[in-house]
Ligand binder design. Structure first.
Ligand SMILES: Cc1cc2nc3c(=O)[nH]c(=O)nc-3n(C[C@H](O)[C@H](O)[C@H](O)COP(=O)(O)OP(=O)(O)OC[C@H]3O[C@@H](n4cnc5c(N)ncnc54)[C@H](O)[C@@H]3O)c2cc1C
Length: 383
């Protein structure tokens, strides 16, 4: 399926996909989200249940088990799932991004070898770009892969890798050539390869439902046959993955914020102050109106960027960067406003609002910080 011809009206199929994901989030994710966060539980079985409904390889081709859906469909799915738990939806987004990279840039052999198990989530994927000394400036990465016959020997460290320690397959950007983006290649490295180890699970503000670890490579032998694309194409592959990743993470922010707004509407109907319901104060009504409006603005624009990526429009990268910035900033602000409107109760874990705020905060930082999103947009303006 591709983007709807009229991008402001969802097709019947798209409404069905969104409702399926929303029902799954309501039944399987939302009731557990606060407990998973508290226990730092990574809900792998729930992710596999989502994959059984086609959400493990959403925009991956069908011949290898993917669902063959569009980026707009994916945005609908991630927003719907994130109403249950942004952190769970966001890991699924990273898994989908890494799986798509293998489907898009892998040979037929590579696609047949890895994608079917990733689409069912029998195997989980991680995406390894960031290093201790190279975050925003990812093209400065230093993890080295030196050719040794029909293998590479990989040495270095990746930092902040989502899913690491639990995932089975790492899609890793390594340096096979000289400095800069053109010296980078992409390798698919199974997590159980000798010489690959993990740092401790990071203690984080949010996203506690998924592990984040350093991944350490010490003399890791990786077959040359595990390289995606040609030597030197790795940075391009990594950035192509992120165009869609940014849409997905933006959609996760919209879903989290929408859930916070919905909880707030219900709360304000019940809660009284100064002898009236909170939702009877006009100042607060206007606040709610602004929250709903800002969310709809961000959502509409995210759909536009998704449609551009589906159409392979020349300005798709710029639009995805714009959409990521707008959706993640708006999502965080709306969720934080929802916390404020809950008064002291918003600050308590039981109400589920503070978790959403904590989860959404990191969306302004990862998949390229929102400063880097501005850099991408500014480059297109200034050159
Ligand atoms: C929970 C979590 C999960 C993550 N998961 C993954 C993952 O799965 N895989 C992965 O590869 N990475 C992952 N990351 C890493 C994430 O993408 C990086 O943290 C992010 O890109 C920023 O890099 P940095 O932390 O090194 O910050 P820095 O690059 O050091 O930036 C510090 C500050 O300077 C700003 N800045 C830097 N350069 C510029 C500039 N040129 N102009 C203006 N401002 C600038 C930044 O915006 C930021 O505010 C994750 C991070 C977190 C926190």
């Amino acid at each position: 399926m591709s983007g709807a011809p009229d991008m402001f009206t969802l097709s019947d199929d798209q409404i069905a996909i969104r409702d399926m994901a929303r029902d799954f989030a309501t039944a399987e994710i939302a009731p557990n989200a606060v407990a998973w966060d508290e226990a730092k539980h990574f809900p792998v079985e729930t992710l596999r249940a989502a994959a059984a409904l086609g959400m493990g390889g959403i925009y991956v081709r069908e011949d290898v088990g993917g669902s063959g859906l569009s980026r707009l469909d994916a945005a609908l799915i991630f927003e719907a799932l994130a109403t249950g738990c942004p952190g769970t939806a966001a890991y699924l987004s990273i898994h989908n991004m890494a799986t798509w990279m293998i489907d898009r840039f892998g040979s037929d052999d590579q696609r047949a070898r890895w994608v079917p198990q990733l689409a069912t989530m029998a195997c989980l994927a991680s995406y390894g770009l960031t290093e201790p000394g190279a975050g925003s400036d990812a093209a400065a990465l230093k993890t080295r892969a030196v050719r040794d016959g029909d293998h590479y020997i990989v040495d270095g460290q990746k930092q902040f890798i989502s899913g690491a320690g639990a995932s089975d397959i790492h899609v890793v950007m390594v340096r096979t050539g000289g400095d800069g983006p053109k010296g980078i290649s992409t390798l698919v490295i199974p997590a159980d390869t000798p010489g690959l180890s993990f740092g401790a699970n990071e203690k984080k503000m949010g996203w506690n439902v998924q592990p984040t670890r350093a991944v350490i490579f010490e003399g890791v032998r990786v077959p040359v046959a595990n390289r995606l694309g040609a030597e030197g194409e790795g940075f391009k592959i990594a950035m192509a993955g992120l165009d869609g990743g940014r849409l997905n993470i933006g959609a996760c922010s919209l879903g989290g914020a929408q859930a916070a707004l919905d909880k707030t509407l219900a709360y304000m109907r019940e809660r009284k102050a100064f002898g009236q319901r909170l939702d009877a104060f006009q100042a607060l009504q206007f606040r709610l109106a602004d929250m709903a409006t800002e969310l709809e603005v961000a959502r509409t624009f995210l759909w536009r960027a998704a449609a551009a990526l589906d159409a392979k429009a020349p300005d798709a990268t710029k639009l995805c960067a714009m959409a990521k910035r707008v959706a993640t900033d708006t999502g965080f602000t709306v969720a934080n406003d929802a916390l404020q409107l809950h008064g002291g109760y918003g600050y308590l874990a039981d109400y589920g609002i503070e978790k959403i705020v904590r989860d959404l905060r990191v969306h302004q930082i990862l998949e390229g910080t929102n400063e880097i999103m501005r850099l991408i947009v500014a480059r297109t303006l200034i050159g």
